[in-house]
Design a protein around this ligand. Sequence first.
Ligand SMILES: CC(C)(COP(=O)(O)OP(=O)(O)OC[C@H]1O[C@@H](n2cnc3c(N)ncnc32)[C@H](O)[C@@H]1OP(=O)(O)O)[C@@H](O)C(=O)NCCC(=O)NCCS
Length: 240
Amino acid sequence: MPRCMLICLLGIKGCALVDTTKDMQQDFAVVTSQPVSEDASVVDIRTMTLSDAEFAGQLTVEAFRSKFVWATSESKIPNVINGMVEEHKNSQNEYHRMFIASYEGRRAGVLTLKYHNSRDPASTTNSFTGIGCCGTIRLAALGIMTNETVPRGSCYVDHICVSSEFRGKGIGKLLLEKADNEALAHGCNKIYLFVASENRAKHLYERFGYHTTDSNDCDCGLAYCIAGKRSFNRMEKSLS
Ligand SMILES: CC(C)(COP(=O)(O)OP(=O)(O)OC[C@H]1O[C@@H](n2cnc3c(N)ncnc32)[C@H](O)[C@@H]1OP(=O)(O)O)[C@@H](O)C(=O)NCCC(=O)NCCS
């Protein structure tokens, strides 16, 4: 079964747009990355902190909203967001591999990486309440399908997303550069991700050196049933 599909989907993570980002104040006390391109003058990428949990949880749901609606329903999205925020609050031991991008001082994007020995945060079902029996089961299934086992020496882009109001400004590319640098620092020689075949983000990954190593057309219907998508690509890049 292709876990591909959920790559970015969730696993306990995700992304989104969110108007609420406008109201969120950015704490610049910690800057963990050096400028990586000409855009870096307005973009800051740093390790996640507890104060980012609300933003990251909301963005995670909003960026992949259609999949969460598929798994639960439109009316349950506020509950899903609450659950995702709780998940992010409870993931402090994993913040070292979670990053926040800010654009001109406002939170704009999230990147989560996973390594061979990374632990997954607590079960998604612990934090998600008020989504009904079916929603709980379907979210759990989504979590299982997105729970990638990362090979030694590889880095997995668990999810990457930028708030809709900041898309197309190069933040995604900077997050991918951050991912490369982090992976190299962890001794990885490969980095990979999964993306829905019809997602235009594929173009960004191709431009950035990723190539497709596997395509899964989920004819069995299970993937479609759980994620609402039939086809996913595994994309990989060699690091040197
Ligand atoms: C994919 C994403 C992280 C890129 O961030 P970004 O800051 O807009 O990226 P950049 O400005 O560096 O590059 C622009 C490229 O991003 C991709 N992109 C832009 N908007 C997008 C959107 N709404 N959905 C998917 N990909 C998008 C495109 O490939 C675009 O290049 P193109 O205009 O030539 O098609 C961001 O658009 C996003 O969060 N999308 C929704 C969530 C998602 O699909 N995440 C990837 C799952 S694998």
